[in-house]
Design a protein around this ligand. Structure first.
Ligand code: NAD
Length: 449
């Protein structure tokens, strides 16, 4: 047996023998232990993310640590209600029965995390798995070694490895894990690897939650509050150096407000990123080369590009591409970097057509009045819609977070995350079923039904 097979077998035995924490008190205790483990390592988490890709300490708090606390606190507050079996009304045909829906832990869960929010996106799904009463094996990203090692140590110091274990490594390790018959796989990453995960899950019939990515468009209408739109879009696009799954990827801006909007973008960039102290690095040289190649292609095809790059420090300063067009490479793949292409439009229908011709985005943002927002929402499909804001649908504790089609399937966060790791098990009791008409010999009454 390999180490991974052995670890999985131990988890399976533990679940089968009901030695994982099924009751409310035990689940709460586990969540509190996780919270304490994070609490005592905040400085180490900040240092690890600085080492991995130069993330600003405040950004680490806002986007890596606080969301994990929010997820834990929310689960602690609501877990008793989430776990309670829900009564289901019988309807006429089921009179004499009583029905309950009982959330049951799926069993052994696998969490595979990406590098862009390596702490939050490994620990967030783990909170949901533990709240649901599952045991879990977590594979963090190999691209953020300092953070992944810290997560591994933190978990090993605080949990029985048969309840939570961290396995580090790249695609080979991920594939060895995926070959095990997990009861649920929660994957966050690219659509390309999402397909590999789903194909592996098909072999064992594991259920999957896929949190994927793609190009999330923004529409800025003629009636938008331009200063506010620029502020939200600059923040959403450039924090984490644009390496954010729900970042606004490109903006369709109405021709009447185009120049005013571009000027407002530069004003916001100057305000938020003066000196670039808050700007994270690009994760590695390969991604730096990929993003700068997209910029060069846009320039070569006639776009105007403003923003500096420096390969040695792996920085790309907030970059605006005006005059972007659909034939540019930058409009064909998820940018995942601090670059915002702007496309001027006159005809909203043609913008909606372009959005609908592309794979369903994870997020769609609209800046403008209610009628524009309603029109865009009704005419398109996306994981979520943000109106006059960016990113926040991801943070809302009571909204499901997830994509559709190429941007993912299933949902995360709060009760929705709990549900992902639970099987809603129907329990039907015979109390006094009055007419057992269903049993033969069948009577004439049944024939007339
Ligand atoms: P990725 O798909 O390359 O890697 C994600 C995980 O899969 C890593 O743990 C990695 O080790 C593993 N992996 C990579 N190649 C594999 C293979 N061939 N077989 C099996 N496992 C493999 O993604 P990434 O580069 O880490 O993250 C960026 C992508 O993730 C972007 O597309 C982004 O939009 C998406 N993302 C989505 C969300 C969301 O919540 N929807 C959040 C963050 C990132």
């Amino acid at each position: 047996m390999t180490d991974i097979e052995n670890l999985f077998a131990r988890h399976k035995t533990c679940v089968a023998h009901r030695r994982v924490h099924f009751d409310l008190a035990a689940r709460r205790d586990t969540l509190r232990r996780l919270k304490h483990a994070v609490h005592t390592r905040e400085d180490a988490i900040i240092a690890a993310l600085a080492a991995d890709f130069g993330k600003h300490p405040a950004e680490v708090r806002l986007t890596e640590i606080l969301p994990v606390y929010q997820e834990i606190n929310h689960a602690l507050r609501h877990l008793s209600r989430w776990m309670r079996p829900k009564r289901v009304m019988p309807g006429l045909t089921m009179i004499g029965t009583s029905a309950r829906l009982r959330p049951t832990p799926k069993g052994v869960a696998l969490v595979i995390a990406p590098w862009n929010f390596p702490f939050n996106l490994a620990l967030g799904p783990l909170v949901s798995a533990l709240a649901a009463g599952c045991s879990a094996i977590v594979k963090p990203s190999e691209m953020t070694p300092a953070t992944s090692t810290l997560i591994a140590e933190m978990i090993a110091d605080n949990f029985d490895p048969e309840l939570v274990a961290v396995v580090q490594g790249g695609p080979d390790v991920a594939n060895a894990l995926l070959a095990q018959p997990f009861d649920h796989i929660f994957f966050t990453g690219s659509p390309a690897v999402g397909k590999i995960v789903m194909a592996a899950a098909a072999k064992t019939l594991a259920s999957v939650t896929l949190e994927l990515g793609g190009k999330s468009p923004v529409i800025v209408g003629p009636d938008a509050d331009i200063a506010k739109a620029a502020k939200w879009i600059v923040w959403g696009r450039f924090f984490n150096a644009g390496q954010t799954c729900v970042a606004p990827d490109h903006a369709y801006v109405h021709a009447d407000v185009h120049d005013e909007f571009v000027a407002a973008l530069y004003a916001q960039i100057a305000k938020m990123y003066a000196g670039n102290a808050a700007l994270a690095k690009i994760i590695n040289a390969r991604h730096w080369d990929r993003i700068t190649a997209l910029i060069e292609d846009a320039k070569a095809k006639g776009a105007t590009v403003i923003g500096d790059t420096d390969r040695e420090s792996r920085r790309i300063m907030p970059t605006i591409v005006t005059g972007a067009a659909p034939d540019m490479e930058i409009m064909k793949e998820e940018i995942f970097g601090p670059v915002l292409p702007i496309l001027s439009y006159d005809d909203l229908d043609s913008v909606l057509g372009q959005i609908n011709d592309a794979p369903h985005p994870l997020a769609l943002y609209v800046f403008g009045g209610k009628s524009l927002a309603d029109q865009v929402t009704a005419a398109t499909t996306s994981g979520s819609v943000g109106v006059n804001l960016t990113i926040l649908p991801f943070i809302h504790p009571n909204l499901p977070f997830g994509g559709i089609g190429n941007s993912g399937m299933g949902a995360a966060h709060g009760k929705h995350g709990f549900d992902a790791f639970s099987h809603m098990r129907p329990l039907l009791r015979n109390r006094f079923i009055p007419l057992p008409l269903i049993f033969p010999p069948y009577t004439a009454t049944v024939e007339k039904l």
